[in-house]
Design a protein around this ligand. Structure first.
Ligand SMILES: Nc1ncnc2c1ncn2[C@@H]1O[C@H](COP(=O)(O)OP(=O)(O)OP(=O)(O)O)[C@@H](O)[C@H]1O
Length: 363
């Protein structure tokens, strides 16, 4: 019987480069256990980001790689995921029952921030994560509408103290719209808005969330700054269109988060390219490569480049965003890919490389 060389097995496990963690699964500390029992190898690997759609594929690939190692008759490779809680900025304490808060922001209004936030949240849930959304955009709360929450919905109150977030498409949803009536945006001023947001955030009975996605109001005014200083945010996702002016505003957004020590997880370029539904021709309506230049300049990831698509608009505006309306379509695939990138950036922040306990045994 050929003796199995443990380092050869490790090398085989390290042959897969994870495109989200940007490294192999051994260097990123994902290996939880490795057992060699005669001619049989058993290994368990744990990713730090929600990844239901890819774990089986990775497991299959690693099984083939390990079974090619001399002396291995069979390999049982389990790949699963667990979302760690990454630290927030400064000394702001974490929120009970919420592991990570993702702020989705844009420098400028109308670039598709809410559409991106809602599809990101659904895509994270599509990977199996427990996800909540909070619409902090008091001046134009649209998340409820995009998630098909009937207008006039109010959260239930528990123990005269906590809002219980209504559920929509598997997400726990809280929005400023629950507290507002049609006249609110005119009547409320900065401090009231910040107070209401803090109340929604801290007095909601969030039910064990891996990720809470906050749709921020557009711009970089005082309100953003106040929120950024009080809310324990794991990281920000900046949404921009490739237009120069939107990019200028996005720069300000990135710099603002830098000033308050909130890491920018990456940039999403929205409405980047229009694909003609008749001939399939791709046109860069707002210029090409802007998101890439921006991410290069600031050393952050370009998380996704979303096309300008009638489907995205119609489905989000109709209360059933693309990720759930057509989960198998190309656009949903890009949103899922974006969600895994966001999750992996958070896992990296949580210091996944701070190695977990590994048990390695050879018989
Ligand atoms: N990739 C896209 N393709 C086509 N339409 C889009 C796309 N992204 C967003 N939209 C549409 O653009 C409009 C504005 O989007 P959205 O409300 O998400 O922007 P926003 O940046 O959150 O705006 P606001 O500043 O008002 O909060 C919506 O009608 C939405 O459906």
């Amino acid at each position: 019987m050929t003796q199995i060389d443990r380092s050869a097995v490790e090398q085989a496990l390290a042959s897969y480069q994870d495109p989200y963690l940007k490294t192999d699964l051994l260097s990123s500390g994902c290996l939880r256990s490795l057992q060699i029992d005669g001619n049989r190898v058993t290994a368990e690997l744990v990713l730090g980001y929600a990844a239901n759609n890819i774990v089986n594929g990775i497991g299959e690939m690693l099984k083939v790689a390990v079974e090619n190692v001399a002396g291995v008759d069979s390999a049982a490779i389990t790949v699963r995921w667990e979302v760690p809680a990454a630290p927030a900025q400064g000394s702001i304490p974490a929120l009970a029952n919420v592991k990570n808060i993702i702020a989705v922001a844009s420098g400028k209004g109308g670039v598709g921030k809410s559409t991106t936030a809602v599809n990101l949240a659904l895509a994270l849930a599509g990977e199996g994560a427990r996800v909540g959304v909070l619409d902090a955009d008091i001046y134009g709360p649209s998340m409820g509408m995009m998630l098909g929450v009937p207008s006039g919905t109010r959260p239930q109150v528990r123990d005269e103290k906590f809002f219980v977030p209504p559920h929509a498409h598997g997400l726990q949803v809280m929005t400023m719209a629950f507290l507002a009536d049609d006249n609110t945006p005119l009547a409320w001023r900065g401090p009231m808005v910040s107070g209401a947001l803090m109340q929604l955030l801290t007095q909601s009975a969030w039910d064990d969330l891996d990720y809470l996605v906050i749709d921020m109001p557009p711009g970089t005014g005082d309100i953003q700054l106040t929120l950024a200083q009080k809310v324990p945010v794991t990281g920000a996702v900046i949404v921009t269109t490739p237009q120069d002016i939107a990019l200028l505003d996005a720069r300000r957004g990135i710099e603002m988060f830098g000033k308050v020590n909130i890491p920018v997880l990456g940039v999403v370029e929205n409405m980047a390219v229009h694909i003609c539904s008749n001939c399939g021709h791709a046109e860069h309506l707002f210029g090409e490569g802007g998101g890439e230049r921006l991410s290069d300049e600031y050393g952050v990831d370009l998380l996704a480049s979303m096309p300008l698509s009638m489907m995205i608009r119609e489905q989000a505006d109709g209360g059933k965003p693309t990720v759930i309306a057509e989960p198998e379509c190309q656009i949903s695939m890009i949103y899922q890919d974006m969600a895994r990138h966001v999750g992996a950036r958070i896992a990296a922040r949580a210091g996944q490389s701070a190695m977990p306990d590994i048990s390695i045994s050879e018989d």
